[in-house]
Design a protein around this ligand. Structure first.
Ligand code: 5GP
Ligand code: MN
Length: 325
């Protein structure tokens, strides 16, 4: 689709013309969207812009150690006016959540993103569906803007790069990741401490929730599809938050013989949130799109109406159909 539409010059021009800038992350924020927004905030402040950060949701604890993470505001939709609204890592307008209402209060709208399914919903779109993390595009953007790296920006970019590439292990990992990492290392940012916080330490509630999810694990489609579910009760009894389920889906795919997997969790207001994963050459983004979701070929998501069992059965049926095809 929109594989190569990087437009750092267009974004730079919009930034140069603006004084007030609203930076927007996606809902269910992850390390790439938060790292990208926080890096961009530091970059824009070097350029003396007045920056406001919006995230419709809570920043996960593991990434709330990044500089500026406390500055995120939950949008009410009435804020502004802004000269420029810039979304980072947002694959479609719905993924802005309540921040989408800020578009009408912004003179120019722009985005930097790396989702192949992105429908280019802003005035200026810098989207490269082949980039493994949006933070890679932010590094390029800084060069075009003439802002140098420092330790704080490096910590933010590392967060996005490492989390979106599964700690530099997914097939999406490119040579460019390591070239940028080499530049980040020059700043002296604390790689091993950041790595420990991002990938190793976990609250007890998260470990308990993992137990529940593994208990629910089932294999379908001749053992090629792994399915896990988490109910609201699971979350409540474990004292866990939605973010604590974010990486659990990978256990399904790590099981020998599995080619696709799904984690369905009961989320806010009767909705069900799906995380879908696939091993290459299998993909799941077509299934996600079919149900109104989106994402990457091997990592996609869907949010749809419940109840949990019915929604999960619908998605599973599509996965089984695809596996038989
Ligand atoms: P995760 O399963 O980790 O939440 O998300 C995996 C990928 O799917 C991410 O790239 C994310 O952007 C996308 N994604 C997750 N949930 C949704 C959703 O409800 N709608 C859309 N369009 N994309 C989603
Ligand atoms: Mn991303």
């Amino acid at each position: 689709m929109n594989t190569m539409r990087r437009n750092p010059e267009g974004i730079a021009e919009a930034i140069r013309k603006a004084h007030t800038v609203a930076l927007v992350s996606h809902v269910n924020p992850d390390g790439d969207t938060i790292g990208g927004v926080l890096a961009m905030r530091l970059i824009l402040e070097k350029l003396h812009k007045e920056v406001t950060l919006f995230c419709d949701g809570k920043v996960p604890d593991s990434i709330s150690i990044l500089p500026g993470a406390e500055l995120f505001r939950v949008p009410e939709g009435t804020e502004g006016p802004f000269d420029l609204l810039l979304s980072i890592d947002v694959s479609d307008e719905n993924r802005m959540g309540r921040s989408a209402a800020l578009k009408k209060n912004s003179r120019t709208t722009a985005q930097i993103d790396h989702h192949d399914t992105n429908p280019l919903f802003m005035d200026i779109n810098s989207v490269d569906g082949t980039a493994p993390a949006v933070c890679l595009l932010i590094r390029e953007q800084m060069k075009v803007l003439g802002v140098p790296l420092n330790r704080d920006i490096a910590a933010c970019l590392y967060t996005g790069l490492s989390t979106d590439t599964g700690n530099f292990a997914y097939a999406s990992t490119t040579k460019e990741c390591f070239e940028v990492m080499s530049e980040l290392m020059d700043t002296g940012f604390d790689l091993s401490e950041m790595n420990r916080i991002l990938f190793r330490v976990k609250p007890r509630a998260q470990i308990r929730l993992l137990g529940r999810a593994l208990d629910s694990l089932q294999f379908r489609g001749n053992g090629k599809i792994a399915v896990m579910t988490l109910t609201r009760k699971d979350f409540e009894e474990c004292g866990a938050l939605s973010e604590h389920a974010d990486t659990i889906v990978n256990y399904g795919l790590d099981t020998i013989g599995t080619e696709m997997c799904m984690l369905a969790r009961e989320a806010a207001e009767g909705t069900v949130k799906f995380s879908l994963r696939a091993k290459e050459p299998m993909c799941v983004n077509d299934i996600a799109l079919f149900f109104g979701g989106g994402g990457h070929p091997q990592a996609s998501g869907i949010t749809m109406a419940g109840p949990l069992d019915e929604a999960a059965a619908k998605v599973l049926a599509e996965m089984e159909k695809k596996m038989e095809a």
